[in-house]
Design a protein around this ligand. Structure first.
Ligand code: S3P
Length: 188
């Protein structure tokens, strides 16, 4: 029987990145946590995990459906349990839902179990990015144009005290995985 070829797509972790542990990406909806997280994980040779996707797989429904059926309070409760009970490997890049750091002791928990990076962007930039994909997000449905920017600005003001507890605050404009890797190694 032929031996399976080992895929060379994922880079082996290089020595300097060996012990970065769990890297939690936090920030508002539309800040690019999933896209950047995937790139960073592949750069570091770490596993990528998205807590929203893990939640949906576990519940067998989308977050939108879960909100509609059980409401936001139940969602926040379970979201926190998913964060804390998920089996993590030693090293991983983890994208989190935009509201997650702002409930219970979730941000403290992430800071105690790994490193947190806040991907910071202005409300207008977030609104432009979210304009076309906001229908999947229960909090943004029915909001358009100026009303969407206004809503994001208010929510962001409410959330930033939590986001600002992150170990690293990164300017999200043109942020690359390479830059995040630099910031992580600088902070070590
Ligand atoms: C939410 C953000 C979403 C998802 C849910 C609630 C929020 O995740 O968890 O719709 O409160 O900001 P993304 O930030 O990945 O869109």
């Amino acid at each position: 029987m032929m031996k399976k070829e080992i895929s060379s797509k994922k880079r082996a972790p290089d020595a300097k990145n060996k012990g970065l542990g769990l890297i939690f990406l936090i920030g508002f909806m539309g800040s690019g946590k999933t896209t950047l997280g995937r790139k960073l994980a592949s750069r570091l040779g770490y596993m990528f995990m998205d807590l929203d996707h893990i939640f949906e797989a576990q519940e067998g429904m989308t977050i939108g459906e879960y909100f509609a059926k059980y409401g936001e309070d139940a969602f926040r409760q379970l979201e926190s349990e998913v964060l804390k009970n998920n089996p993590y490997p030693e090293n991983a890049v983890i994208a989190t839902g935009g509201g997650l750091p702002c409930f219970f002791d979730n941000i403290e928990w992430m800071n105690a179990h790994g490193k947190t990076i806040y991907i910071k962007l202005a409300p207008k930039t977030l609104a432009d990015r979210l304009q076309n994909e906001k229908d999947e997000r229960p909090l943004l449905r029915e909001r358009h144009g100026e009303a969407l920017v206004q809503f994001i600005a208010e929510k962001l003001e409410e959330r930033e005290p939590y986001y600002n507890k992150a170990n690293i605050i990164a300017n999200g404009l043109s942020l690359t995985a390479e830059r995040v890797e630099e910031l992580l190694n600088f902070k070590k």
